[in-house]
Ligand binder design. Structure first.
Ligand code: SF4
Length: 297
């Protein structure tokens, strides 16, 4: 069995920046430091941050989470927060540090501008994910979250000015289909596809690699939107089986029966040492002729 290291994979610029900010805050700040939700969606990365002394508050929504923090510093995660959360943090006298990814900030700014120009915004995103929560807070009542075709059918927008945009970490292909459906319902809709470059490049590489492997392993956390989407696009567009593994313990040897070549990729929030461990494990399973298309691990 050969192991193909799919590239690009792993950390994106937004995740690297968030870690840099968190480290700077922890080292340079007196008093307790909290992250409001997982700084990036990976349990290993979150555990590391907690070991460095950054406490995790992780409720279903950010505003509720703030009520658990009464002193010190709060870090807003790479996924962004709503203005309501920022205002509440200020009201509580917390020292707020914003680690929102610049690509997410751009979507916030887009939605603010569209709302100011009188648009209703159809926002394609995952319900319950913090990124839509933050974006929707920028223009309450003007942003309509849709996750699937049924949500689009249920839209009731009378406004002639309609725009459609999306979460940064969605599947490229599923999002295109949903955008097309929105345009069927609202032909005048202005399209702003906000899927970030890191997500796009990782998905395209995984689908391309699927042509030459029998199976793809995606290293990432079940909470990571971009990791889950990598599994989906390999199955749907690449036509190959794919499994998400958060750690070595998730790997099942029976997956590799009859497999000649396996591809390995990882989500944008997956620590590289974790991916390296998975690659080494797979290579040790059948160390015939490991193949690489990149030196990065
Ligand atoms: Fe930013 Fe994209 Fe990385 Fe998310 S996946 S942190 S939006 S670069």
């Amino acid at each position: 069995m050969e192991v193909l290291r799919i590239t690009p994979r792993g950390y994106c610029h937004g995740v690297v920046d968030a870690f840099r900010i968190a480290k700077r805050v922890r080292e340079g700040t007196q008093g307790p430091v909290y992250m409001l939700g997982q700084l990036v969606h990976n349990t290993h990365a979150t555990d590391d941050l907690q070991e460095q002394g950054i406490k995790l508050v992780d409720p279903p929504n950010r505003l509720a989470g703030l009520e658990q923090i009464n002193e010190g510093t709060v870090i807003f995660t790479a996924h962004g927060v709503s203005p309501q959360v920022k205002a509440r943090a200020a009201e509580k006298g917390l020292n707020a540090v914003d680690a929102t990814c610049s690509d997410v900030v751009r979507t916030h700014e887009l939605v603010i501008r569209l709302a100011e120009q009188g648009y209703d915004v159809v926002y394609i995103g995952r319900k319950g994910h913090p990124e839509p929560e933050g974006v929707m807070g920028e223009a309450p009542g003007k942003v309509h979250l849709v996750q699937d075709f049924e949500d689009i059918e249920a839209l009731q927008i009378e406004n002639p000015r309609v725009a459609v945009t999306c979460q940064t970490t969605l599947s490229l292909w599923d999002t295109d289909e949903l955008i097309n459906r929105v345009r069927e319902r609202y032909p005048q809709a202005e399209v702003h596809n906000e899927i970030c470059r890191a997500t796009q490049e990782r998905q395209e590489a995984a689908v391309e690699a699927a042509k030459e492997v029998d199976l793809v392993i995606v290293v990432g956390s079940p909470r990571s939107s971009n990791s889950l989407r990598l599994v989906e696009v390999v199955k749907k567009l690449g036509g190959k089986p794919a499994h998400l593994v958060n750690d070595l313990e998730d790997i099942r040897p029976e997956w590799f029966t009859g497999i000649r070549k396996v591809g390995v990729t990882s989500g944008a929030s997956t620590p590289s040492q974790l991916t390296r461990r998975v690659i080494e494990y797979l290579e040790a399973l059948a160390p015939a002729q490991p193949a690489e298309n990149a030196a990065q691990a």
